[in-house]
Design a binder for this molecule. Structure first.
Ligand code: GUN
Length: 296
């Protein structure tokens, strides 16, 4: 039987409705409008598209947002000065520097310069440390989006074997730490498989929940999946398609036609994890504006 489709667009819409309601209350009761600053360096088309979609999400929520578009050759110091300005701006509750940055800019210096209370990406070492130790913090958007997709589609990861393919700082590592916590909505047995594995299929076939975050088009095929597994596809890859209007189409890291014949449930690309990343970014910005994340 073909897999059930986990509708990320619908679930993200539910979360955005919750965020909008709370935002309206925050404005009415405390006179606070959540504010988000985007910093975009260079002309990477995918990064430009993501920032545009995130900005549109801010408009839908009634947030205040600013986007600083800078040329690829922008100096690290200029970027640090801009972050310092946003750190001190009371109208700004969240700062998002879209990655990747130009080669000459040290990503660590930039991410560490963001006030951790405005770090709506959850990339600052204070937030990473708090996440690992199970303390409340701003958490990375895509991994939390994956957790919400699982929970809201009736696939609680508790006691399940989750296999994540990919060990990035943005997805694989934080997702491991989120799902590993002895907390509600988590408590999974988690394995990370990555490029150093001799045979990745040995790992993927053991997954009750398989999460593909590799960044390589359609590399997880149906024969690599245990029958009945839940498959979450984090990948968004552009592949050439002369028949498409813009010359390309989007595919995930999972080969959907074969995987959907084996899995019990699966996310599509587009319309799976992508909209969730934006919904969680908006929720993180709201939480930062509420100012109640860091009690201890
Ligand atoms: N580039 C790819 N994903 C992300 C993300 O979640 N946040 C930022 N800032 N950059 C990214």
């Amino acid at each position: 039987m073909p897999a059930t489709i986990i509708d990320g667009k619908k679930i993200a819409g539910d979360i955005k409705r919750e965020v909008k309601q709370e935002t309206d209350r925050l404005k009415a009761e405390r006179g606070i409008t959540p504010g988000l600053a985007f910093i975009l360096v260079g002309d990477n088309p995918a990064s430009q598209a993501y920032v545009k979609m995130k900005g549109k999400g801010c408009d839908e929520m009634g947030f205040y947002s600013v986007t600083e578009k800078l040329p690829a050759e922008t100096s690290e110091q200029h970027l640090l000065n801009l972050i310092d300005k946003f750190n001190r701006d009371p109208k700004i509750h969240g700062i998002l520097v879209q990655l990747p940055l130009s080669k000459h800019i040290n990503e660590e210096h930039i991410l560490n310069a963001i006030d951790y209370r405005k770090d709506v990406d959850g990339f600052h070492p204070i937030n990473v440390g708090r996440l690992v130790t199970g303390q409340d913090c701003l958490k990375p958007c895509t991994p939390v989006g994956v957790q919400e997709l699982l929970l809201r589609s009736g696939n609680d990861p508790a006691g399940k074997h989750v296999v994540i393919v990919g060990r990035s700082d943005i997805v694989g590592k934080p997702l491991l730490n989120i799902l590993l916590q002895k907390q509600k909505g988590a408590n999974a047995v988690v394995t990370i498989a990555h490029t150093a594995a001799k045979d990745i299929t040995l790992f993927t076939r053991q997954a009750d929940i398989l999460i593909a975050a590799i960044g390589k088009a359609e590399c997880i095929t149906g024969d690599m999946i245990k029958p009945g597994a839940v498959v979450i596809d984090v990948g968004i890859n552009r592949v050439d398609d002369p028949s498409a209007k813009n010359g390309y189409r989007l595919v995930g890291d999972v080969h959907f036609p074969s995987a959907s014949q084996v899995a019990s449930a699966i996310t599509p690309v587009p319309g799976g994890v992508g909209p969730m990343t934006i919904a969680i970014l908006l929720r993180n910005t709201l939480r930062a504006a509420q100012g109640n994340v860091y009690h201890s």
